[in-house]
Ligand binder design. Structure first.
Ligand code: PXP
Length: 236
């Protein structure tokens, strides 16, 4: 399994004072040098953490893949076509949410997604849909023309070590199987940390995990390099 590191929260900290510290480019470089397979950033409509020039600068300086999380809007599509990240992950976005709350409802907008995805794929950008681990969402992702799904691990992460853990884990495992049967690549992420990440090894064929908050939080105490290396050891 590969590890993509989401560095949004380095930008959150930077923006708290409006200056340029901590530098997101340095963070991207450190993650890359440790062996992260991609650097993930979410350019939100309100630009609350990552800004447009962060995306262009990260794309310019990293050698590994840039994975751009974004909403299904014309504005974001134009930005993706301009900066040409390696991949985009389409996410739902609500203005007031603290973080991405649920998966994209692909099942209710297959036509819209199909049209949205075509120019991205034509530009050589790999397209992933961030969805809840449910059969209808996986099927819709396949019908929309996406090449990957990223399974939302938030409910599993919250249920970890509770009576609901096995139920939530089973949903992920089944959804991954369905996605693979459709020929989709399967990534996973949201809420994963140094403990609950272990069970991701029990989902056959997971390609990449996208992890942000737990790594950046640990980096406050041990430094980013060590935080990424520790997670890489668990993910490899
Ligand atoms: N994947 C997606 C699509 C996300 O929106 C996020 C949160 O930005 C993550 C992964 C990473 O989640 P976390 O910060 O909880 O590790």
């Amino acid at each position: 399994m590969l590890l993509g590191v989401n560095i949004d929260h380095v930008a959150t900290l930077r923006n708290a004072r409006g200056g340029d510290e901590p530098d997101v480019l340095t963070a991207a470089k450190i993650c890359e040098e440790c062996g992260a397979s991609s650097i993930t950033t979410h350019l939100r409509e309100d630009r609350r953490h990552i800004k447009d020039n962060d995306v262009s600068n990260i794309k310019r300086i990293i050698k590994t893949n840039l994975n751009l999380e974004m909403a299904v809007t014309d504005e974001m599509q134009a930005i993706a076509l301009k900066y040409k990240p390696h991949s985009v992950c389409l996410v739902p976005e609500k203005r007031q949410e603290v973080t991405t709350e649920g998966g994209l409802d692909a099942a209710s907008q297959i036509q819209r997604l199909s049209e949205f995805i075509v120019p991205l794929k034509n530009a050589g950008i790999e397209v992933s849909l961030f969805i809840d681990p449910a059969r209808e969402q996986v099927e819709a992702a396949a019908k929309s023309g996406a090449q990957f799904v990223e399974l939302h691990t938030g409910s599993y992460s919250l249920a970890y070590k509770t009576i609901n853990e096995s139920k939530e884990f089973k949903k992920l495992k089944e959804a991954a199987k369905i996605a693979h049967d459709f020929g989709l690549g399967v990534n996973a992420g949201h809420g994963l940390n140094y403990k609950n990440v272990i069970r991701m090894h029990d989902i056959p064929g997971l390609y990449e995990l996208n992890i942000g908050h737990s790594i950046i939080s640990r980096a406050v105490f041990v430094g980013l390099e060590q935080a990424v290396n520790e997670m890489l050891e668990l993910v490899k």
